[in-house]
Design a protein around this ligand. Structure first.
Ligand code: NZQ
Ligand code: ZN
Length: 390
């Protein structure tokens, strides 16, 4: 096992009625900015609960943060926050709202000329406005991690930054806020969480049984509970299990001390940037193909995954790998998320080569030329992965 230095400072408030608890988590004299997306929190009653909890507090609101939050919109929130002297941010929504709010938190006190450089040049951050959140879409793990992914439409950039200063101070995970999720967003979330686990698990056999068994437990939970939330969207138990699994998938714990491979995400971000697919959809397209192309390097771990997660024990190593890839693809399709670019109208006949090469150019432009646990997913390998994902 590799050395690690791990702390996750985010307090988790899990379960029914926990939104009321935010009153005890935010300083009484704070000047709060509540941030949210396109309005789902108004329609499902979450915002009303937040208002009730914040009675007596001083707050402003900023809505309209889009899925794949954009720099242009977020900078408007930064302007408002600076003008009003905001000193606490409360994100209410999915990963996009929380990610966007992390960027706002870092951008408000940013001393450099343009906060975009936090993403484009990894410009250092000296401080950030504290933030908490009420999560309404289990998927990204953003509610208790230090990462954020921001899009700049004019330049087709979708870039990530990570900084301990933007760890949320608390996250409310009330499964009842997720009952209103449409099936496609529920499914995107399950696939996203599943792929987060895979990217910290499906690398090498490193004699790290705690991380491996924990990852396998999360995968099995998502495989069992994912279809239940689609079949019974109002099942508190199923929603609760998915919400907790998605949180654990990317709160930093299972990736400690082991190799990681974020190539599926990095390639997926480019697909969203150029073609607008949802984040979860891009991952369902890339992962099965990546597993196949990288089977030489990842073979032993894929066989372990095949046996422990899918109970595949028969056949040669190659046959078991084939079956594990097929099972993975089937699971995404069962969740209603197609796994080929052409299923989304991208890379139709005659366009395959140009679509793939444009995506690979984006990877090069963003310096994503040595991906994977060995740094050997070069542009040439990404080309093969994408060509197989058509
Ligand atoms: O905008 P509103 O009206 O709120 O609607 C949203 C949005 O249209 C809707 N929604 C959210 N909660 C709902 C709901 N609708 C009904 N009922 C509810 N309870 O769902 C739509 C999608 O929301 P979004 O926040 O975009 O989805 P998600 O949570 O999947 O976040 C995706 C973003 O997170 C980034 C992705 O790249 C993408 O930009 N990621 C962030 C990560 C991180 N910070 O660690 C890691 C991830 O890998 C990912 O890259
Ligand atoms: Zn993700």
């Amino acid at each position: 096992m590799n050395n690690f230095n791990y702390q996750n400072p985010t307090r988790i408030l899990f379960g029914k009625g926990q939104i009321a608890e935010i009153a005890n988590q935010i300083p009484a004299d704070a000047k709060i900015l509540i941030t949210y997306g396109g309005g789902s929190i108004k329609r499902n009653g979450t915002l009303d609960q937040v208002h009730a909890a914040l009675e007596g507090f001083t707050y402003h609101e900023f809505g309209g943060i889009e899925p794949n939050p954009t720099y242009g919109t977020l900078m408007k929130a930064v302007e408002l926050a600076r003008a009003e002297g905001i000193d606490y941010l409360l994100a209410v929504g999915g990963g996009s709202v929380i990610d966007g709010t992390k960027f706002i938190a870092a951008a408000i006190p940013f001393k450099g000329e343009d906060p975009w450089t936090i993403l484009s040049e990894r410009a250092p951050i000296e401080s950030a406005v504290p933030l908490g959140n009420v999560l309404t879409l289990p998927a990204t793990g953003s509610e208790s991690n230090s990462g954020a992914v921001i899009t700049r439409r004019e330049t087709n950039d979708k870039l990530a930054f990570m900084n301990p200063l933007v760890f949320p101070t608390f996250a409310v995970l009330d499964p009842e806020t997720t009952f209103s999720l449409p099936a496609n967003q529920t499914a995107n979330g399950v696939v996203d969480a599943f792929v987060h686990v895979m990217e910290q698990y499906l690398t090498k056999c490193e004699n790290a049984p705690v991380q491996d068994r924990y990852a396998e437990g999360l995968l099995l939970t998502l495989i069992e509970e994912g279809p239940k939330v689609l079949a019974t969207p109002d099942s508190y138990e199923a929603r609760a299990n998915v919400m907790w699994a998605a949180n654990q998938a990317l709160n930093g714990l299972i990736g400690q001390g082991v190799s990681q491979d974020w190539a599926t995400h990095m390639i997926g971000h480019e697909i969203t940037a150029l073609h607008g697919l949802d984040h979860g959809q891009t991952l369902a397209v890339v992962l099965p193909s990546l597993m196949n192309v990288m089977r030489g390097q990842k073979g032993a771990k894929i066989v372990q995954y095949a046996e422990r997660v899918w109970n595949i024990r028969e056949g040669s190593e190659d046959e078991r790998i084939d079956q594990a890839i097929a099972k993975t693809r089937e699971f995404f399709e069962q969740m209603g998320i197609p796994t080929r670019l052409t299923d989304y109208g991208v890379a139709k006949d005659g366009e395959h080569t140009s679509v793939v090469s444009a995506l690979v150019e984006q990877l090069k432009r963003h310096g994503m030329v040595q991906l994977g646990e060995e740094g050997n997913i070069t542009p040439e390998v990404s080309t093969r992965i994408l060509a197989e994902a058509v």
